[in-house]
Design a protein around this ligand. Structure first.
Ligand code: SAH
Ligand code: SF4
Length: 372
């Protein structure tokens, strides 16, 4: 049994089942937990504060295993894209984006995606399966391995981290894999281990409305919403989940999030598609929606990243700037996201593992999402 990805209560049960006396279980979980998540140890023999026979018992019953890196590409801008292999031979992509004052890891939650947003490369790939909590937290551990970022044993906690932020913006819709995403993020936030603050974790959703309140209660991370359109007509085309939960229902759910989760502002992600959603009127409608619903927001404009066969073009720089200007003058932060790692197809929406080229059929999409 793999210990990576077990919550504390699950690890406790597992250690007891393997013969740990109940009275000791809490302490043993603490010790093993720290070895795995604080020091990055993968070999029970190195867990020197445990008695030798206990280490041998652990080694007999358990493994400490993370996804295997199949390939790594480094962009001219320093962005790293990893292809990792998970059980069943499936592959997902993980992207590390270094910036001046931080380093962000973009992790995946599904192989392929449940949904079929028309501008997204991942959306053309069948949903193969949900990732387990172990595979989700394993992506973070894999990146720390590659960055050489596990602390020296006994060294004081290092505050400047190469991997300081996590965004759930890789492949998949995290809120359609809620329990595993929650468990993995709880592990990432645990102060005795990877210890990333919930303010440094951002979950991006296309708008699975019923799960938004649960995200606030059970995860409490920052929320980003793939908004992308200001009328239901256009959003139905771009983000088909809008047919299930429309803009009005979505905005109502978003309005309650910051209070419920104690987080600050919601990030509105808005992909700039030439001639589709990028007019001045769109910018004004966007502002009006946010203001009418009283949503504390910042608006992240994403220049569309093209991929082979994509049915859209990126808006011109002038258009993007004019849109940003309207948003900014209305009183909202409106950063334009610089595409990172484009030369290695690592930018937003470009992820799709080469081994999983199967295209979804219309019928399949309708059956999967019930959107018909
Ligand atoms: N499924 C989640 C998270 C993954 S997508 C979601 O949809 O929010 C991460 C972000 O990249 C989303 O905002 C998504 O809309 C955006 N995106 C997808 N394809 C893109 C593309 N081709 N160019 C730019 N952004 C894209
Ligand atoms: Fe899935 Fe997000 Fe891509 Fe939509 S934008 S297809 S929800 S990964």
């Amino acid at each position: 049994m793999n210990l990576v990805g077990l919550t504390r209560p699950q690890m406790r049960d597992a250690l007891i089942a393997a013969g740990t006396p109940e009275k000791q279980a809490k302490m043993r979980v603490n010790q093993v937990w720290q070895w795995i998540y604080q020091w990055g140890v993968r070999d029970f023999a190195e867990m020197t504060n445990l008695a030798k026979p206990y280490r041998a018992m652990l080694a007999e019953h358990f493994i400490i295993s993370i996804p295997e890196v199949v390939s790594k590409q480094v962009s001219s801008d320093g962005t790293r894209k990893y292809l990792v292999r998970i059980a069943g031979g499936h592959e997902v992509e993980v992207v590390y984006i270094p910036e001046e004052d931080r380093g962000t890891l973009c992790i995946s939650s599904q192989v392929g995606c449940t949904l079929t947003c028309s501008f997204c490369h991942t959306g053309t790939q069948k949903l193969v399966r949900n990732l387990t909590a172990s595979e989700i937290v394993g992506q973070i551990m894999m990146a720390r391995d590659d960055l050489g970022e596990w602390p020296e044993r006994g060294a004081p906690k290092d505050e400047t981290r190469l991997l300081s932020n996590i965004v759930l913006m890789g492949m998949g819709e995290p809120l359609y894999n809620f329990d595993n995403v929650r468990d993995a993020m709880k592990i990432a936030m645990d102060p005795e281990g990877i210890s990333l603050s919930r303010r440094r974790i951002t979950l991006s959703t296309s708008g699975v409305v019923p799960e938004i309140a649960r995200t606030a209660q059970e995860i409490g991370c920052q929320l980003a919403i793939s908004f992308h359109a200001t009328t239901d007509e256009t959003r139905n085309l771009l983000v088909p989940i809008n047919k299930r939960w429309n803009i009005e229902e979505l905005c109502n759910a978003l309005a309650t999030y910051p209070k419920a989760s104690n987080s600050e502002r919601i990030t509105f992600e808005y992909v700039m598609l030439h001639g589709v959603n990028d007019t001045d009127d769109d910018a004004r409608r966007l502002i009006k929606l946010i203001k009418d619903h009283n949503i504390p927001a910042k608006i992240n404009l994403i220049p569309f990243n093209e991929w082979p066969g994509a049915p859209y073009k990126r808006s011109s720089n002038n258009r993007i700037r004019a849109f940003a200007d309207i948003v900014y003058k209305a009183g909202f932060a409106s950063p334009i996201r610089t595409p990172r790692g484009e030369d290695i197809m690592a930018a937003c929406g470009q992820l799709k593992s080469a081994t999983e080229r199967a295209r979804k059929s219309r019928k399949q999409i309708e059956a999967e999402t019930g959107l018909g």
